[in-house]
Design a protein around this ligand. Sequence first.
Ligand SMILES: [Zn+2]
Length: 145
Amino acid sequence: MSAPALLDALRFARSGGSLEGELRVDELPRLRDNLTSDDVAVQYHIAGGSEAGRPVLRLRIDARLWLTCQRCLEKFPERLELSNVLSVARDEAELERWESEDPLVDALVAEAPLDVASLVEDEIILSLPVSPRHEDGRCGAGFQA
Ligand SMILES: [Zn+2]
């Protein structure tokens, strides 16, 4: 019922489309270790628009994840709220041109239909902390010393 399907990113961006939905663990296979199997774990909202003359997707993601503390190796829950703006290039050539103009541009190529779940998954993976830890004083390892 929720299956977010595929998006024609360029058309979506140019027409100012808007899409929101929820994803469950089985739709986010690369995040299996960070999610529990029960309820909805990730909510997303994507809106099309344009910035600096480029078609863009504005992405908002609200995820409830489990991270493994690198100090005591116990899992703890973390809420991740992130937003990003992705420029949508027509093809590789356009993407390269944008990257040469602006090395910090965050862009994707609109050649293939865009898999929304995969896009959301990518964004979450990029935002995961490299070395997650409990807040100071809440770490299990701290109390055993
Ligand atoms: Zn810890």
